[in-house]
Design a protein around this ligand. Sequence first.
Ligand SMILES: C[S@@+](CC[C@H](N)C(=O)[O-])C[C@H]1O[C@@H](n2cnc3c(N)ncnc32)[C@H](O)[C@@H]1O
Length: 346
Amino acid sequence: MTGNRVVTTRNRDFQQAKKAKMDEFYTSLSDIELELKHYSKHFNNKVVYCNCDDPRASNFFRYFSRNFERLGLKKLITTCYRSQDGERFGKNDSDQAVYLEYTGEKVGNSVPNVEEIGVKKLDGDGDFRSTESIELLKQADIVVTNPPFSLFSEYVSQLFEYGKKFVIIGNMNAVTYTSIFTLIQDNLMWYGPSIRSGDREFRVPDDYPITAAGSRIDDHGNKYIRVKGVRWFTNLDYPSRHEDLKLTKEYCPIANPTYANFDAIEVGKTLDIPKDYDGPMGVPITFLDKFNPDQFKILGSSKTLSRPMSQVADKGSYQAGGPRFYLANSDGTYRRMYERIVIQRK
Ligand SMILES: C[S@@+](CC[C@H](N)C(=O)[O-])C[C@H]1O[C@@H](n2cnc3c(N)ncnc32)[C@H](O)[C@@H]1O
């Protein structure tokens, strides 16, 4: 984010390069397997589209081609993007955007590889927003991939525009984008079940600087990094999201004070949600990991619901900033809270 700051060309190039590199994290087969096992029944007789996936490299292609018969798929389509910035960012791109369609035919008794199935050329660059990609999208029942994170909102809005079911992986920070939060609030999209905490390993391009703890290079020279805050996002239902969160705490006005600029109580930890409180409650964003839409409804967030502190308190008595909730201190000042989701028992 650069805000209103004037960015120099060099600085902007760097920002774009950084963004492009962050868009090049390749999902591991084991993470894909751990998530998709929860949706097996949804795939029967369906067309699956992986629209940010070079079939020669993508583990999404690998997963669906290997499990084509078991899942009862009708067709698998993948498209490979040819970024115009490929060389500049040292990306290991093919020169040509291609797509592949597989309908389950075998070579002998085996699942064919990419060469045996054959890739076809696209006229354009394979951008998921291109006419060619949209024509393929229209054929699809379920879209499954790891899309470029810098385009996450646009990517999700296209899935809704075309009424698609989806299972996609991204960063949980996306829930702070108003467009994504609104979909979650309206129960149109939710987290998938397999990642609830910790970090996940992704393969990165060869020129990716790997300095962080936990990064590694395998025996073939492939680079991997570990990324925190990763979540699956989906609109396919699965049973465990309807299990009630077990609550043990009782409401306590000292532990659960009311915000100065919105009529809701503060609950600092999801597991501390009082079992006996029926009004609006502010909870951390990590609540979404436990969210059962039959137990709670989401009313909004501190971003959407908080009143400006200038209407509530004297200037200087609170730390100014974007819309957030504040709690009164005993000395007449106010403390600014982290972003909160406002929920209410159903
Ligand atoms: C996060 S990577 C994930 C790749 C692959 N889906 C996987 O999980 O291994 C996102 C991929 O989307 C591609 N991409 C970037 N911008 C794109 C666009 N506008 N349309 C389609 N694909 C794009 C990138 O080249 C990159 O390979």
